[in-house]
Design a protein around this ligand. Structure first.
Ligand code: SF4
Length: 732
């Protein structure tokens, strides 16, 4: 979104690519943009060669064809851009010129005849375009660590502040059989154990009950959980509740957006307080114990009573079940007028107004069962500036980047001062971007045609100020917003809600079979934490279709345990894990199937049937080979070994503590001028890390150590040790 702007500059800069489109030459790559943040592309226009407006699935293939053709004919960069500009939905910023008079934006003027408006691309049906069934699955944990299944696109509820409403119209739903097939393919390719239904409003999917029932019937036996995002008020019914009770739940989200029914009518979010209350009650009865509420402050026509309304509603919802009601988390952000919405002309409240309204709410929402969270006012201020900004803001973004602004969407990284300094240096008045806009004033995004007409937005604005709501065109008449052509592009709901015949997988369990795995962790895999390694194994086991046993409870996990946690950054030739299967498998088969699905760097080297108690046995002495940044004198090693005690301050979790490290060092020697060989005594609890011994040896604090290459070796003579746990396969 808008606050990612400096990341664009950062990526280009780190890649050694000229940041400004105008400075890129024939040998430089073509920089393409897209996505919802460029509904108003002007603030970032100068960084891009071309931007796809709208849905890119079809357009991106056409761009690739043009690129290939340009390569074939050795076309110049300018010729390629000319060609791209002939594609529908392709915006080439350098073919437009922004004009200003006395510091006022006067419009964008095309530099190429017939290139006045860029009409957004939209796909007629979601099934007509390719879907990423096999998305890349990062090794490390990510924010949305699950398979996202796009059940529908577009929303015609018509919330007047919502840009996505204009950007993704009309509604296009996928049918249930198609969705189940997509889940099947996606899960087996990725190994994820959770699916979330992706949509602007999953609760509006017309066959939601049937979809949830059939999904659970097919995937619950394989311990795949369904994560439901916010459900619309009124979308919970007995069947859905029954199904939801079977899966794990995170918080239940409701987004009233405004505190009173009056203001909700202004924004066209016509939900009564009673309906909100009933939904919260039902959710609570279905097992949700946390309720999240989203509100905005600063909406057009807001009064103090609307702010009081937020407080009244939140407090009332904590009492949906008397004293035992849910924990209610209230999240408040500042309303930002977005381009292409009915509120695009409205003013955004100032920083001071935002702060005052937030402190009003904070004072009243700090009590038992209520948690108040708010969006940083300075971030909202900047988002407001960038949302309705013009092309001059490319320079602002670049200047802020030069002053250290990065990852501005993360409040802990956000450096408002860098932006203020950049604005001062450029002589830009940032507050002026938050002002109300005249209805006839040229707007920087008017050359971008999302399909929804200005006339419709003005009409909606009028209705809003009159407190009138507008219906959802899915269920009533067409409001003539302009998004549909009614031939190809129109609302398309799931054909019928019939559930296909589902044969739930039959899982035959022959017993419990434990195997001991010895694996290596090399190369980039050394940067995975133990928790990440565990997840990688969980996914590999699922992708390999292994008959693994699962733990009990709401979040069943494959039964894989690990002997010891290897510190991040250390490579190892000898790591031990145990896996429990419900069918007997030949060790070689298990090894091969796992290795086929494990990522580079993690390799299973040995598999042996084992009795459960012995599967995780490891020697208590471990040998490490450590590559030092510089040659080390033998004397230092001798001096260390001659000491009977060596106390070092080390970090354990968030705390620092003093540890006597000397007793853990069994032996220490130089295997080369820069190579240390260290044998450590590693008890099950406590102990020290190899790098801590190196720190002691070099006389520095562990955190001051330069990067080291540490390799844990396999026990030299592991045969007798192996005999202790090994068990013939047929005896299992
Ligand atoms: S053109 Fe009519 S049917 Fe299509 S999205 Fe707009 S209001 Fe709805």
């Amino acid at each position: 979104y808008e606050l990612c702007a400096t990341n664009i500059v950062n990526i280009l800069d780190l890649s050694g690519i000229p940041v400004w489109g105008r400075e890129r030459g024939e040998a430089d790559p073509l920089i393409l943009g897209g996505g919802s943040a460029v509904a108003n592309p002007e603030p970032v226009a100068d960084f891009y060669d071309a931007i796809i407006i709208g849905e890119a699935e079809e357009a991106i293939l056409e761009v690739v064809e043009k690129l290939l053709a340009a390569k074939e004919t050795r076309a110049s960069r300018r010729e390629l851009l000319e060609e791209l500009s002939t594609l529908p939905g392709l915006y080439v910023p350098s073919f437009f010129e922004a004009r200003y008079e006395a510091g006022e934006f006067k419009g964008l003027f095309p530099l190429k005849a017939g290139y006045e408006k860029i009409r957004r691309r939209v796909v007629p049906t979601l099934d007509a375009v390719p879907y990423p069934y096999r998305p890349p699955v990062p090794w490390a944990e990510i924010a949305h660590d699950r398979l996202a299944l796009e059940i529908s696109r577009g929303c015609t509820r018509g919330c007047r502040f919502c840009q996505a409403s204009s950007l993704y119209r009309p509604v296009r739903e996928r049918d249930i059989p198609r969705l189940l097939a997509m889940a099947e393919e996606g899960l087996s390719a990725t190994g994820w154990d959770e699916v979330s239904f992706l949509s602007l409003s999953a609760g509006d999917y017309s066959c939601l009950t049937e979809l949830i029932v059939s999904f659970n019937r097919r995937f619950l036996p394989e311990k795949v959980a369904l994560s439901l995002p916010s459900l619309r008020v009124g979308s919970l019914n007995e069947t859905i509740i029954g199904e939801i009770k079977k899966v794990r739940k995170t918080g239940f989200t409701l987004a009233p957006e405004a505190g009173t029914e009056r203001l909700r009518q202004v924004i066209n979010k016509d939900i009564s307080e009673e309906a909100l209350f009933e939904t919260a009650k039902t959710a609570f009865e279905a097992g949700w114990r946390h309720l999240k509420l989203y509100f905005m402050i600063g909406l057009p026509t807001e009064t103090p009573d609307d702010l009081e309304g937020i407080v009244r509603l939140a407090r009332r919802l904590t009492r949906v079940k008397g004293k035992d009601g849910p924990q209610v988390n209230v999240s408040v952000s500042t309303f930002i007028p977005k381009p292409h919405t009915a509120f695009q002309w409205e003013r955004q409240i100032t920083l001071e107004e935002t702060r005052a309204r937030l402190s009003f709410l904070r004072a009243r929402l700090s009590r038992r069962k209520l948690k108040f969270k708010w969006h940083k006012p300075e971030q909202s201020f900047l988002e407001g500036v960038l949302s309705r900004g013009d092309r001059r803001l490319s320079a602002l973004i670049y200047e802020a980047f030069r002053r250290g602004a990065r990852l501005d969407g993360w409040s802990d990284e956000f450096r408002f001062e860098a932006w203020l300094e950049a604005a001062r240096a450029l002589g830009l008045d940032l507050s002026s971007y938050l002002r109300e806009r005249g209805l006839d004033e040229p707007l920087p995004w008017e050359h971008i045609d999302l399909g929804v007409s200005k006339g419709f937005l003005l009409e909606e604005r009028e209705r809003s100020l009159a407190g009138q709501t507008s219906p959802d065109c899915r269920f009533s008449r067409c409001l003539k917003c302009g998004a549909c052509d009614f031939k190809e592009i129109k609302n398309r709901l799931a054909k019928d809600c019939e559930v296909p015949e589902i044969k739930p997988p039959v899982r035959r369990e022959e017993g419990r079979f434990t195997y001991r795995l010895v694996y290596q962790k090399r190369g980039w895999a050394r940067f995975l934490s133990q928790l990440e390694v565990m997840r990688v194994f969980h996914r590999a086991v699922r992708r390999a279709g292994l008959p693994v046993a699962f733990s009990e409870g709401f979040h069943p996990l494959p039964k894989i345990s690990f002997a010891r946690a290897l510190p991040v950054g250390v490579e190892s030739l000898f790591e031990v894990a145990a896996i429990e299967l419900v069918k007997r498998l030949a060790p070689e088969d298990l090894k091969e199937r796992l290795n086929e699905k494990l990522p580079e760097g993690l390799r299973v080297k040995e598999v042996a049937p084992s009795i459960p108690e012995a599967a995780l046995l490891v020697p208590e002495e471990t040998t490490y080979e450590i590559e030092l940044p510089e040659p080390l004198e033998e004397e230092k090693v001798k001096a260390f070994l001659s000491r009977r005690s060596f106390v070092l301050t080390v970090r354990r979790g968030k705390k620092e503590k003093e540890v006597e490290i000397r007793p853990y060092v069994v032996s220490l020697s130089l295997a080369g001028p820069r190579t240390l060989r260290l044998v450590l005594f590693e008890p099950r609890e406590g102990g020290v890390r190899a790098e801590e011994v190196v720190a002691a040896l070099l006389g520095v604090a562990p955190k001051e150590l330069p990067p080291l290459r540490i390799l844990k070796l396999a026990p030299q003579d592991s045969e007798p040790f192996k005999e202790a746990f090994k068990r013939p396969l047929d005896e299992l």
